[in-house]
Design a binder for this molecule. Structure first.
Ligand SMILES: [Zn+2]
Length: 219
């Protein structure tokens, strides 16, 4: 019997995604959502083959900044870190299903990590094509924590606070941050601006232009 175990209230959309992913392999029976769980050692996701259980730690996700450092905004960065971790750990379960002898490894060979990383990246891109990051209100406990963090970040990173008040739903990266973090020719920048202004891609509010997560991740 598959089950999702919720220790700390998880966003409905994340629970739905977990429920969907766990149908892909008999090697995941339980997905546990918690926060700052002792055995996680700072990781967002882990997989326990003996218990056929994936653990997802929303507390640790709040401290992940991989996509943020690449120019994504803070909230989508946390959200996609969770989606990525789910796909990554379920991929490890699929690996075990295909090669049961992997259970002997305390640390998997790098090629298995590479495949799991790719599974994470693929799902993040795939999911972002058809969904927007849930609103803070729809993120429940995670949303409450994000508000606390964003308030605390205000002096050093005022643009993070703007994310809550000035950013259109569905935006994941400001064009400024995109230009700061990726190589573009002047013509390339012009094209992006023109395409956003024409309403073909991205989102615009006043003079502020944004890319969606799918567009940003595809850069
Ligand atoms: Zn891994």
């Amino acid at each position: 019997m598959k089950q999702v175990s919720i220790i700390v209230p998880a966003p409905v959309e994340l629970v739905a995604l977990a429920a969907e992913l766990m149908t892909t392999t008999p090697c995941v029976e339980i997905v546990v959502f918690g926060a700052y769980m002792d055995h996680m050692d700072g990781c967002i996701g882990t997989y326990c083959p003996e218990l056929k259980t994936v653990y997802i730690d929303m507390g640790n996700a709040l401290n992940d900044q991989a996509l943020y450092n690449a120019g994504m905004m803070f909230i989508p960065n946390v959200w996609y870190a969770l989606v990525w971790a789910l796909a990554h750990e379920v991929e490890h379960a699929c690996q075990l299903e295909a090669e049961p002898e992997l259970v002997e490894f305390s640390k998997l060979p790098q090629e298995y990590e590479d495949t799991a990383m790719q599974a994470g990246a693929d799902l993040v891109l795939d999911w972002s094509e058809h969904h927007n990051v849930p609103t803070l209100g729809a993120l429940g406990w995670l949303g409450e924590q994000l508000i606390v963090m964003i308030n605390a970040m205000y002096t050093k990173h005022p643009e993070v606070a703007d994310e809550v008040t000035h950013v259109p739903f569905g935006a994941a990266a400001s064009l400024e941050a995109v230009f700061a973090n990726h190589e573009f020719t002047n013509r390339g920048k012009e094209v992006l601006i023109e395409e956003i202004d024409a309403g073909n891609i991205g989102l615009k509010i006043g003079n502020d232009r944004f890319l969606t997560a799918f567009e940003f991740l595809g850069l």
